[in-house]
Design a protein around this ligand. Sequence first.
Ligand SMILES: C[S@@+](CC[C@H](N)C(=O)[O-])C[C@H]1O[C@@H](n2cnc3c(N)ncnc32)[C@H](O)[C@@H]1O
Length: 221
Amino acid sequence: MRLRHIKGCEDFIHEADECIEEADARTYKGKWHLLFNNNKDIHIEIGMGKGLFIRRMAARYPDINFIGIEKYTSVLMKAIQRLRLERQTAEYDKTDINLCYACIDASILKDIFESGEVSKIYLNFSDPWPKARHSHRRLTDKYFLDIYSTLLETGAKVEFKTDNTALFEYSLESIKNSDFELDFYTYDLHNERRIENIMSEYEEKFSKNGQKICKLVAIRK
Ligand SMILES: C[S@@+](CC[C@H](N)C(=O)[O-])C[C@H]1O[C@@H](n2cnc3c(N)ncnc32)[C@H](O)[C@@H]1O
Protein backbone atom coordinates (compact mmCIF):
# COMPACT_ATOMS: atom_id res chain seq x y z
CA MET A 1 0.00 0.00 0.00
CA ARG A 2 1.38 3.44 -0.98
CA LEU A 3 1.01 6.05 1.74
CA ARG A 4 1.35 9.79 1.71
CA HIS A 5 4.05 10.92 4.12
CA ILE A 6 2.85 13.66 6.46
CA LYS A 7 5.48 16.29 7.22
CA GLY A 8 6.44 16.29 10.89
CA CYS A 9 4.75 12.99 11.73
CA GLU A 10 7.94 11.43 13.19
CA ASP A 11 8.28 14.34 15.66
CA PHE A 12 4.58 14.14 16.44
CA ILE A 13 4.89 10.42 17.28
CA HIS A 14 8.04 11.05 19.31
CA GLU A 15 6.14 13.56 21.49
CA ALA A 16 2.89 11.57 21.78
CA ASP A 17 2.23 9.88 25.14
CA GLU A 18 -0.30 7.58 23.50
CA CYS A 19 2.33 5.84 21.39
CA ILE A 20 5.40 3.74 22.22
CA GLU A 21 8.26 3.88 19.73
CA GLU A 22 10.33 0.85 18.82
CA ALA A 23 13.28 1.47 21.17
CA ASP A 24 10.97 1.89 24.18
CA ALA A 25 8.76 -1.01 23.10
CA ARG A 26 11.82 -3.27 23.22
CA THR A 27 12.41 -2.32 26.87
CA TYR A 28 8.87 -3.37 27.76
CA LYS A 29 9.43 -6.97 26.65
CA GLY A 30 8.07 -9.16 29.46
CA LYS A 31 7.01 -6.03 31.40
CA TRP A 32 4.03 -4.61 29.55
CA HIS A 33 1.96 -4.94 32.74
CA LEU A 34 4.10 -2.12 34.17
CA LEU A 35 2.94 0.23 31.43
CA PHE A 36 -0.71 -0.48 32.22
CA ASN A 37 -0.05 -0.78 35.95
CA ASN A 38 -2.06 -3.99 36.22
CA ASN A 39 -1.94 -7.68 35.26
CA LYS A 40 -4.88 -7.78 32.88
CA ASP A 41 -4.67 -9.78 29.65
CA ILE A 42 -3.09 -8.07 26.66
CA HIS A 43 -4.71 -8.19 23.23
CA ILE A 44 -2.98 -6.71 20.20
CA GLU A 45 -4.15 -5.63 16.77
CA ILE A 46 -1.43 -5.83 14.13
CA GLY A 47 -1.79 -3.28 11.34
CA MET A 48 -4.42 -1.22 13.16
CA GLY A 49 -4.40 1.63 10.61
CA LYS A 50 -6.24 4.61 12.08
CA GLY A 51 -7.29 2.47 15.03
CA LEU A 52 -11.10 2.55 15.00
CA PHE A 53 -11.41 -1.17 15.83
CA ILE A 54 -8.99 -1.15 18.74
CA ARG A 55 -10.49 2.04 20.21
CA ARG A 56 -13.91 0.43 20.08
CA MET A 57 -12.56 -2.77 21.65
CA ALA A 58 -10.82 -0.86 24.45
CA ALA A 59 -14.04 1.00 25.25
CA ARG A 60 -16.11 -2.20 25.16
CA TYR A 61 -13.68 -4.32 27.23
CA PRO A 62 -12.19 -2.24 30.06
CA ASP A 63 -10.80 -5.39 31.72
CA ILE A 64 -8.45 -6.09 28.85
CA ASN A 65 -5.36 -4.09 27.87
CA PHE A 66 -5.07 -3.35 24.15
CA ILE A 67 -2.01 -2.48 22.10
CA GLY A 68 -2.50 -1.26 18.54
CA ILE A 69 0.49 -1.98 16.32
CA GLU A 70 1.14 0.05 13.19
CA LYS A 71 4.35 0.49 11.23
CA TYR A 72 3.69 3.82 9.49
CA THR A 73 4.09 7.03 11.48
CA SER A 74 1.77 8.98 9.16
CA VAL A 75 -1.04 6.48 9.83
CA LEU A 76 -0.30 6.45 13.56
CA MET A 77 -0.46 10.21 13.68
CA LYS A 78 -4.06 10.05 12.45
CA ALA A 79 -4.84 7.27 14.93
CA ILE A 80 -3.52 9.41 17.79
CA GLN A 81 -5.42 12.50 16.64
CA ARG A 82 -8.66 10.48 16.56
CA LEU A 83 -7.99 9.01 19.99
CA ARG A 84 -7.40 12.50 21.40
CA LEU A 85 -10.61 13.74 19.85
CA GLU A 86 -12.59 10.89 21.41
CA ARG A 87 -10.96 11.46 24.79
CA GLN A 88 -11.97 15.12 24.65
CA THR A 89 -15.61 14.24 24.19
CA ALA A 90 -15.87 11.02 26.22
CA GLU A 91 -15.54 10.73 29.95
CA TYR A 92 -12.57 8.58 30.80
CA ASP A 93 -10.43 7.92 33.82
CA LYS A 94 -6.77 8.79 33.08
CA THR A 95 -5.61 6.37 35.78
CA ASP A 96 -7.29 3.45 34.10
CA ILE A 97 -6.24 3.64 30.45
CA ASN A 98 -6.33 0.25 28.73
CA LEU A 99 -5.12 1.26 25.27
CA CYS A 100 -1.82 2.29 23.76
CA TYR A 101 -0.31 2.29 20.30
CA ALA A 102 3.09 0.98 19.27
CA CYS A 103 5.03 2.15 16.24
CA ILE A 104 6.63 -1.10 15.13
CA ASP A 105 6.75 -3.56 12.27
CA ALA A 106 5.13 -6.95 12.91
CA SER A 107 8.37 -8.69 11.94
CA ILE A 108 10.01 -7.63 15.24
CA LEU A 109 7.17 -8.69 17.57
CA LYS A 110 9.37 -11.39 19.14
CA ASP A 111 11.67 -8.62 20.40
CA ILE A 112 8.74 -6.72 21.88
CA PHE A 113 6.77 -9.42 23.69
CA GLU A 114 7.87 -12.30 25.89
CA SER A 115 6.58 -15.75 25.09
CA GLY A 116 2.97 -16.00 26.33
CA GLU A 117 2.72 -12.26 27.09
CA VAL A 118 -0.06 -11.71 24.53
CA SER A 119 -3.47 -13.36 25.02
CA LYS A 120 -5.05 -12.60 21.65
CA ILE A 121 -4.10 -11.22 18.24
CA TYR A 122 -6.42 -9.39 15.85
CA LEU A 123 -5.65 -8.91 12.18
CA ASN A 124 -8.17 -6.76 10.35
CA PHE A 125 -8.09 -6.17 6.61
CA SER A 126 -4.38 -6.79 6.35
CA ASP A 127 -2.74 -5.63 3.13
CA PRO A 128 -3.33 -8.42 0.55
CA TRP A 129 0.01 -8.20 -1.30
CA PRO A 130 -1.52 -9.90 -4.38
CA LYS A 131 1.76 -10.61 -6.22
CA ALA A 132 3.16 -14.07 -5.42
CA ARG A 133 6.66 -12.65 -4.98
CA HIS A 134 5.34 -10.50 -2.09
CA SER A 135 3.43 -13.31 -0.34
CA HIS A 136 5.93 -13.35 2.56
CA ARG A 137 4.69 -9.83 3.47
CA ARG A 138 1.12 -11.01 4.07
CA LEU A 139 0.41 -10.88 7.80
CA THR A 140 -1.07 -14.40 7.63
CA ASP A 141 1.96 -15.89 5.86
CA LYS A 142 3.60 -18.79 7.74
CA TYR A 143 6.53 -16.46 8.49
CA PHE A 144 4.23 -14.23 10.60
CA LEU A 145 2.18 -17.12 12.03
CA ASP A 146 5.43 -18.56 13.40
CA ILE A 147 6.14 -15.22 15.08
CA TYR A 148 2.60 -15.05 16.53
CA SER A 149 2.91 -18.59 17.89
CA THR A 150 5.86 -17.51 20.05
CA LEU A 151 3.82 -14.70 21.64
CA LEU A 152 0.76 -16.77 22.49
CA GLU A 153 0.15 -19.58 24.93
CA THR A 154 -1.58 -22.81 23.93
CA GLY A 155 -5.29 -22.16 23.41
CA ALA A 156 -4.88 -18.45 22.61
CA LYS A 157 -6.51 -17.15 19.44
CA VAL A 158 -5.74 -15.18 16.31
CA GLU A 159 -8.81 -13.55 14.74
CA PHE A 160 -8.52 -12.44 11.12
CA LYS A 161 -11.03 -10.53 8.98
CA THR A 162 -10.79 -9.53 5.33
CA ASP A 163 -12.89 -8.71 2.29
CA ASN A 164 -10.26 -10.32 0.05
CA THR A 165 -11.21 -13.92 -0.78
CA ALA A 166 -7.81 -14.74 -2.31
CA LEU A 167 -6.02 -13.58 0.84
CA PHE A 168 -8.55 -15.43 2.98
CA GLU A 169 -7.95 -18.70 1.14
CA TYR A 170 -4.20 -18.18 1.31
CA SER A 171 -4.58 -17.68 5.07
CA LEU A 172 -6.66 -20.85 5.52
CA GLU A 173 -3.86 -22.80 3.77
CA SER A 174 -1.17 -21.03 5.76
CA ILE A 175 -2.79 -22.12 9.02
CA LYS A 176 -2.66 -25.77 7.96
CA ASN A 177 1.16 -25.57 7.95
CA SER A 178 1.50 -23.74 11.25
CA ASP A 179 1.29 -24.12 15.03
CA PHE A 180 -2.36 -23.05 14.79
CA GLU A 181 -5.53 -25.00 14.12
CA LEU A 182 -8.66 -23.59 12.58
CA ASP A 183 -11.43 -23.00 15.12
CA PHE A 184 -14.00 -21.26 12.93
CA TYR A 185 -14.36 -19.60 9.54
CA THR A 186 -17.01 -17.91 7.44
CA TYR A 187 -17.13 -16.21 4.07
CA ASP A 188 -20.02 -14.00 5.18
CA LEU A 189 -19.48 -12.73 8.71
CA HIS A 190 -22.22 -10.13 8.66
CA ASN A 191 -24.82 -12.84 8.10
CA GLU A 192 -23.60 -14.87 11.08
CA ARG A 193 -25.99 -13.52 13.65
CA ARG A 194 -24.61 -15.38 16.65
CA ILE A 195 -21.17 -13.80 16.41
CA GLU A 196 -20.45 -10.52 18.13
CA ASN A 197 -18.63 -8.25 15.72
CA ILE A 198 -16.83 -4.95 16.21
CA MET A 199 -16.21 -3.29 12.87
CA SER A 200 -12.92 -1.76 11.77
CA GLU A 201 -12.62 1.28 9.52
CA TYR A 202 -11.96 -0.81 6.40
CA GLU A 203 -14.75 -3.19 7.33
CA GLU A 204 -17.25 -0.33 7.46
CA LYS A 205 -16.04 0.92 4.09
CA PHE A 206 -16.13 -2.47 2.34
CA SER A 207 -19.41 -3.63 3.80
CA LYS A 208 -21.10 -0.34 2.81
CA ASN A 209 -20.06 -1.23 -0.76
CA GLY A 210 -21.86 -4.57 -0.39
CA GLN A 211 -18.70 -6.65 -0.10
CA LYS A 212 -18.89 -9.79 2.00
CA ILE A 213 -16.56 -10.02 4.97
CA CYS A 214 -14.60 -13.21 5.67
CA LYS A 215 -13.45 -14.16 9.14
CA LEU A 216 -11.38 -16.96 10.60
CA VAL A 217 -10.35 -17.78 14.13
CA ALA A 218 -7.23 -19.89 14.68
CA ILE A 219 -6.14 -21.43 17.97
CA ARG A 220 -2.55 -21.86 19.11
CA LYS A 221 -1.96 -25.63 19.41
C1 LIG B 1 -5.47 -2.07 4.95
S1 LIG B 1 -4.99 -1.33 6.44
C2 LIG B 1 -6.24 -1.90 7.59
C3 LIG B 1 -6.36 -1.00 8.79
C4 LIG B 1 -7.32 -1.47 9.90
N1 LIG B 1 -6.86 -2.71 10.49
C5 LIG B 1 -8.74 -1.60 9.42
O1 LIG B 1 -9.22 -2.73 9.31
O2 LIG B 1 -9.37 -0.58 9.18
C6 LIG B 1 -3.59 -2.30 6.90
C7 LIG B 1 -2.66 -1.61 7.87
O3 LIG B 1 -1.66 -2.53 8.28
C8 LIG B 1 -0.42 -1.85 8.38
N2 LIG B 1 0.64 -2.86 8.24
C9 LIG B 1 0.90 -3.61 7.14
N3 LIG B 1 1.95 -4.41 7.35
C10 LIG B 1 2.37 -4.18 8.62
C11 LIG B 1 3.43 -4.69 9.42
N4 LIG B 1 4.28 -5.59 8.93
N5 LIG B 1 3.57 -4.23 10.67
C12 LIG B 1 2.72 -3.29 11.17
N6 LIG B 1 1.71 -2.75 10.47
C13 LIG B 1 1.53 -3.18 9.20
C14 LIG B 1 -0.47 -0.86 7.23
O4 LIG B 1 0.44 0.20 7.40
C15 LIG B 1 -1.92 -0.42 7.26
O5 LIG B 1 -2.11 0.71 8.08
